[in-house]
Design a protein. Structure first.
Ligand SMILES: [Zn+2]
Length: 110
């Protein structure tokens, strides 16, 4: 466990969480669809990258966290859809395949 990384992890996590919330707050669905992937990718890269780095030199934990990191990156970027009807961010409920319809308003997701 890297103590320095651990100490700066929570402030960075908090800034990203609040920043992402404010960035998407009150925005229209087209804006959310345009920016969801890069913002999500940045969040996962920073948070996931720090979590993976904190596991060094425990290589078993490193391998597990790296696989989890890649999974969350894949799900968030390629399997998550943004509803153009209501702006809801629809993650796959079965954790693998993207949703076909918005669970909030029923609009078909592309
Ligand atoms: Zn919707």
């Amino acid at each position: 466990m890297n103590e320095t990384l651990f100490a700066i992890y929570f402030p960075i996590w908090l800034v990203l969480a609040i920043g992402t919330f404010l960035f998407f707050r009150g925005r229209d669905p087209t804006f959310k669809k345009r920016w969801h992937r890069p913002v999500y990718g940045l969040n996962v890269a920073v948070i996931g990258g720090m979590l993976v780095a904190m596991t060094i030199p425990n290589w078993t934990a490193f391998a597990i966290f790296t696989v989890a990191f890649m999974y969350f990156m894949w799900v968030g970027i390629f399997q998550t859809r943004v509803c153009l009807g209501c702006g809801r961010i629809c993650q796959p409920t079965n954790l693998i395949t993207p949703e076909k319809f918005c669970s909030k308003c029923g609009t078909a997701l592309a």
